[in-house]
Write a protein that binds this ligand. Structure first.
Ligand SMILES: [Zn+2]
Length: 443
């Protein structure tokens, strides 16, 4: 049950409009909302008090492009196209609701341990995923892997059914968007029908867009246009659309994303692992496009640690542009909190009165946060983005409920989840129908 919770005497990183950091501050939660954020002590009568002395109290991280995953570290030596055809698609075709449920709990539990309070999860068997999100307490936007029929993945009808069954579940913690796998597995008709369905349901769209050079070439072959141009032509883009990756954008494609107020998920560590390149993040940001951060999937990352993603989101661009002024720590943390929450339509991502109570407590009594100057916000931001990893996260509150306290889950049996996820993976592998690698290579 939600209750009144007071975080007292913490280093409160608000991520509010003024980027305020309060030292020795308090955050008050009543039910599912934050009611007070102050640099001062507050009355704690009748409240559950979490002593945040020597700890950072910050908004939960938002993983803006996410797939529940089952097969981390398996067959992951291949380039994207070959990997998808011989591993990812065969694996998710073999997925049943039970294996999806345990895969989701294993995925969400790693994310929560690393301070993530909301995920934008494109996968299959959404009803099972919604049950897992409800169980563990995470905030989740779910969407299907919709493709044209010959690919034997999901259909718009699957996605609509999941929307009608689960959208708004768990006090609004679970939402359902319409998901399109990517252009090489789509048609113009399917893209137009996707937009029509999203508008009819009043929900958003989640799509992989311009992830790899191979996708750009396939898009030009299939449609005669670059990926973002095709998405624009078919009405996919818009403020309710989250376009994941956006790596090889032309100037025209950046202009189309800006014109349509499309949301972009930047996934630098996935792009690096798959050899897909480095997105034009400075130019995308300069165009005023809202950018959040995502880990993508454990198969292509292989970690769900968003602290690691934040570090990549800064360092890759500094390396490519030979410019250490790029992607400063507070801006990177903003992408991983506020920008993602805004893109998903959640009233979260900052610690301000009235916002949803998604709050993370980070321990600073460790080497990652040593040395730490007193009352120095820059030092706090730097450590969070450049020094920390997810192991610094001690307690996580989502929608006003403590779901992870002193590094223990409150709503799941973690050992059971790991055991069941291992069993599910081994069973799915047995059921997979894997095509010959040579047969899927594009000439
Ligand atoms: Zn993805």
């Amino acid at each position: 049950m939600s209750e009144r919770i007071v975080f007292s005497n913490g280093i409160v990183v608000t991520m509010n409009d003024a980027n305020e950091v309060h030292f020795g501050g308090s955050v008050v939660i009543d039910g599912d909302r934050i009611t007070e954020v102050t640099p001062d002590p507050v009355d704690t009568t009748g409240a559950r008090v979490i002593d945040a002395t020597d700890k950072i109290v910050m908004p939960g991280l938002v993983d803006f492009h996410y797939h529940t995953a089952l097969g981390k570290g398996y067959s992951d030596h291949l380039p994207l196209w070959e990997y998808l055809q011989t591993c990812w698609y065969p694996m998710i075709r073999a997925l049943d609701p039970e294996s999806a449920y345990w895969a989701a709990l294993a995925s969400y539990s790693e994310s929560i341990k690393c301070g993530v309070t909301a995920v934008n999860d494109m996968y299959r068997q959404l009803e099972a995923l919604a049950d897992a999100a409800e169980k563990i307490g995470i905030r989740a936007v779910l969407s299907n892997d919709v493709a044209t029929d010959e690919h034997d993945l999901d259909t718009l009808a699957d996605n609509e059914r999941a929307f009608r069954a689960k959208n708004g579940a768990a006090n609004g913690r679970v939402k359902v968007f319409v998901g399109i796998e990517w252009l090489p597995l789509a048609s113009k008709d399917l893209l137009r029908e996707t937009r029509a369905l999203a508008d009819e349901l009043g929900t958003g769209i989640h799509i992989h867009l311009n992830e790899s050079l191979s996708e750009v070439e396939i898009s030009k072959e299939m449609f005669g246009r670059r990926p973002t141009e095709v998405a624009y032509d078919c009405g996919i883009l818009g403020p309710d659309c989250i376009a994941a990756h956006c790596v090889w954008l032309s100037d025209v494609e950046i202009a189309l994303l800006r014109e349509t107020h499309t949301q972009v998920s930047h996934n630098p560590s996935s792009n690096a692992k798959l050899g897909n390149g480095v997105a034009r993040l400075p130019e995308i940001l300069a165009a005023g496009i809202n950018v959040g951060l995502g880990h993508d999937a454990a198969e292509v990352n292989n970690s769900r640690d968003m602290f690691e993603v934040m570090k990549f989101a800064s360092l890759m661009h500094r390396a490519v542009h030979v410019d250490a002024s790029l992607q400063q720590a507070p801006d990177v943390l903003r992408m991983a909190t506020r920008n993602g929450a805004a893109g998903l339509g959640f009233e979260a991502g900052e610690l301000s009165p009235g916002k949803k109570a998604d709050v993370v407590v980070v321990d600073t009594q460790n080497q990652m946060f040593t040395p730490l100057l007193e009352n120095n916000a820059d030092h706090v931001f730097s450590h969070l983005v450049f020094a920390a990893n997810g192991s610094c996260v001690e307690t996580v509150v989502i929608d006003g409920e403590i779901v992870y306290e002193d590094r223990e889950f409150t709503r799941i049996d973690e050992e059971e989840v790991l055991r069941q996820a291992n069993r599910a993976f081994r069973e799915v592998i047995e059921r997979m129908n894997v095509p010959d690698l040579e047969s899927v290579r594009r000439s």
